[in-house]
Design a protein around this ligand. Structure first.
Ligand code: TMP
Ligand code: ASP
Length: 244
């Protein structure tokens, strides 16, 4: 197992990053802590750290197989992931296949409307400003990414949406929307980073018509729908089954 120093490099709302004795490798510790609405709502989801780490590991490996470069290396423990060190681009990239969440709140589109094509959106990753929605022009003005990097991010994002949409379909789960983060590695290549899990995706049970019962993601916590742990476990069980 990689030795990691007790000094945190960075602590986020759901994960802690530690340096390792190799400067090109970081160790991510997945916490059970859950937050929503820019941390105005706080709680714990028992077992979430291990579940999200396992789900993210499985999805990163699927994406690697499909040719999408990402930061995943391996998991030395159930709630720990070794990742390639990258410089995170402070942009949250959201892809939506079905209207939900802030898209409904901000546009009036009805919950559950299937979008004619995937919608890719960019948000400024900045807690103090409340992660505002960016226009492309603002993103470029702020030099958060170059035009070429932005094109590459968009292409990768749409590819990831196709791969994960199909993967979750095989799990009996509809991939409604999700958030990605990208980083630049030491060869200046853009690679997928952060995590993909029920914290960062909207996942609906494809067979369940009831709008509350179908939710298998962090909306159960955000909206106090109950059985949050059960939903996360359900996603992990289905992901494992799809891979077996
Ligand atoms: P939204 O509808 O609240 O904008 O969320 C869109 C998607 O992004 C949803 O799958 C949840 C995910 N998300 C995060 O991963 N982190 C965040 O801070 C927010 C606001 C959303
Ligand atoms: N992760 C974000 C937060 O705590 C928001 C969310 O996922 O709803 O603030």
């Amino acid at each position: 197992m990689t030795n990691f120093s007790a000094t945190k490099l960075y602590e986020g709302k759901a994960k802690i990053l530690y340096p390792t004795d190799d400067p090109e490798i970081l160790l991510t510790y997945f916490k059970d802590d859950a937050t929503a609405f820019n941390a105005q709502k706080r709680g714990q989801i028992v077992g979430k750290g291990e579940i999200n780490c396992s789900i993210a590991a499985a999805l990163f490996q699927e994406l690697t197989k499909a040719g999408i470069p990402n930061h995943y290396i391996d998991c030395p423990a159930p709630n720990q992931m070794r990742v390639k060190a990258v410089k995170i681009i402070p942009v949250e990239v959201v892809v939506r296949n079905i209207a939900a969440g802030s898209l409904c709140r901000q546009t009036g589109l009805p919950l559950g409307k299937v979008l004619p094509q995937p919608l890719v959106e960019f948000y400024y990753k900045n807690d103090e400003l409340g992660d505002p929605l960016l226009t492309i022009d603002r993103l470029l003005l702020m030099e958060l990414a170059s035009p070429a990097q932005l094109e590459q991010i968009k292409t990768m994002t749409l590819g990831i949406n196709q791969i994960l949409g199909k993967f979750f379909q095989d799990c009996g789960i509809t991939l409604v929307d999700f958030k990605l983060e990208f980083g630049v590695d030491n060869q200046q290549q853009i690679i997928l980073a952060d995590e993909i899990s029920p914290d960062t995706c909207r996942l609906w049970d494809a067979q369940e018509p009831d709008p509350n019962l179908r939710v298998l993601d962090k909306d159960r916590f955000r909206q106090d729908l109950g059985n949050v742990e059960g939903a996360y476990q359900q996603v992990l069980a289905r992901v494992k089954q799809a891979l077996s």
